[in-house]
Ligand binder design. Structure first.
Ligand code: FE
Ligand code: CA
Length: 512
């Protein structure tokens, strides 16, 4: 079924029940003045369930201008989901309204699909058809998939490097992409860096209004739009469903939503939230007007459950709560009552203890779980006491690849390993120099034997595969490198830097 047929059927169906409800009451021809390139920001899908997925696009013909180059009026958008990439077998279709107050973003929650199946989707506005995306539904409850494949990404500071990692990710056959935050960076976009002041490595600067540090909704929209113009990021979104949570740089450095003392912060946070929702394939529960609840679960039959957390919105500023009471009990509940063999939690920021002070004494980064030791201890204790099957923590934020044994007592190297943690390096954000990297390995690792692997120079992502017997993580590393590992070419190649396996029933990863 093509779009023309779809539209005729829609109009025929609407004839009985009211055209306005289905078409947004736009008379035919009303789109004549819309610019040609409506889909400059690509398409995306997210949060797969066994019977559905969220489809996303945003109409923005001139993404780096305020308003995205769209007129300030409602626009009706048609969508299709097909079994085949030529859209010969359309199984679901409908219409949605892109509203100026939501930056003409479109979020469609499609249901009625079959589990564990590949689908293709696209949008149409006034005869212009979007690029097509590929997505995949989750495994049915109770079903047993042979294996699942997913990638873990984080930290994509646009000005610090190209998104070559996303081109390689798009070529993997994935059930899911997990993004752990720092999808945008709010810092000012500046002129090219030097080896002494490593910074901007892209070939050209964006227009002036896009470079300023964002505080208002329009500024956050411009920043998200800039990131979304990257063709390799669009490619990865179009290749698989994503599930995302945010970290600090979507809003402001190291923010803590639980008790931020700055009276100007709530307005900034509200702007950042709105723009974040508008630019990503998130479900209604994550919409700012309906509570902005980002913590949620995805479950793939009896093989894999992913608990996606929000470690920013409810955290207190110092040494208090990381998750907040409601999210913490939700998480413990989801872990201890899981039907799945592998139970992922997005720790987001490093959960393993990391002592930055060589020799006697301790120095911890208070923005990571090291700054919330009571929250961490409660969670690891609950995991141990609850007999959670194969708990795996996934984190980013630190721009470094780590593989960690999460011990019930980090000060006692003989204490039980309760869970495994994989921390992925950044897609683009800068890392350590080779000299800094060597120094950290030599000085920090001997005092942290629960850290099995530490590599801070290469940019990349984690590729994970789970089956009934084991979990495998391949640390994927890009090969074109700047002073701090920056990806200086969009054509950078990739290789596997190291691989680790966790056996069913035995926490802690083993290098293979
Ligand atoms: Fe980051
Ligand atoms: Ca020390």
């Amino acid at each position: 079924m093509d779009f023309a047929v779809t539209r005729r059927r829609l109009l025929a169906a609407a004839g009985a029940g009211g055209v306005a409800a289905l078409t947004g009451a736009r008379p035919a021809g009303a789109y004549a003045r819309l610019p040609a390139e409506l889909f400059a920001l690509g398409v995306a899908s997210g949060d797969p369930t066994p019977d559905g997925v969220v489809l996303w696009t945003r109409l923005a013909p001139r993404p780096l201008e305020p308003g995205g180059g769209m007129p300030a009026r409602l626009v009706t958008v048609q969508w299709q989901v097909a079994e085949d990439e030529r859209f010969a077998r359309v199984v679901r279709h409908g219409v949605s309204t892109a509203r100026p107050e939501a930056a003409h973003s479109v979020h469609v929650e499609v249901g009625g699909l079959a589990p564990a199946r590949e689908y293709h989707y696209r949008f149409r506005v006034d005869g212009r058809i979007s690029p097509a995306g590929r997505t995949r539904t989750a495994t049915a409850a109770g079903a047993t998939p042979d294996a699942l494949r997913f990638a873990v990404a984080s930290c994509q500071d646009w000005q610090n490097g190209y998104y070559a990692g996303y081109r390689h990710m798009a070529e993997e056959d994935l059930d899911l992409v997990l993004h752990l935050g720092d999808y945008i960076y709010e810092g000012e976009i500046t002129a090219a860096g030097t080896p002494d002041t490593p910074g901007y490595v892209r070939a050209e600067l964006p227009p002036e209004p896009v470079r300023a540090e964002p505080y208002t909704l329009e500024q956050y929209r411009l920043r998200h739009a800039l990131y979304k113009t990257d063709p390799q990021l669009q490619q990865a979104h179009a290749a698989a469903p994503w599930a995302l949570t945010w970290d600090d740089h979507e809003v402001a450095p190291n923010w803590a939503g639980g008790d931020d003392p700055d009276p100007a912060f709530p307005a900034r946070l509200a702007a950042a939230r709105q723009a974040y929702y508008e630019h990503l394939p998130l479900r209604r529960a994550a919409r700012p007007g309906t509570g902005f609840r980002l913590y949620r679960r995805l479950t793939f039959g009896d093989l894999l459950r992913v608990n996606i957390t929000d470690t920013r919105s409810y955290r207190s500023t110092a040494a208090g709560e990381m998750l907040g009471a409601a999210q913490e009990s939700w998480l413990v509940d989801g872990l201890t009552r899981s039907p799945a063999r592998w139970n992922v939690t997005t720790a987001q920021v490093l959960m393993a203890q990391l002592d930055y002070l060589p020799g006697p004494g301790r120095s911890f980064s208070t923005d990571k779980w090291d700054g919330f030791p009571a929250s961490r201890q409660r969670l690891l204790t609950a995991i141990a006491a609850g007999g959670v099957r194969n708990p795996v923590m996934l984190s980013g934020d630190i721009h470094t690849n780590l593989v960690n044994d999460l011990r019930i007592d980090f000060e006692d190297p003989d204490s039980a390993t309760v869970a495994t943690e994989f921390t992925g390096a950044a897609i683009a954000s800068r890392g350590a120099t080779p000299e800094e990297e060597a120094g950290m390995v030599a000085l920090l690792l001997p005092e942290s034997p629960h850290i099995r692997f530490f590599e801070g120079y290469h940019r990349g992502y984690l590729r994970c595969r789970v089956d009934r017997d084991s979990w495998r993580t391949d640390i994927r590393a890009l090969d074109t490198q700047g002073w701090r590992g920056q990806v200086t070419s969009p054509d950078a190649g990739i290789r596997t830097l190291a691989s680790f396996v966790v056996e069913d029933g035995r926490p802690g990863a083993v290098r293979v």
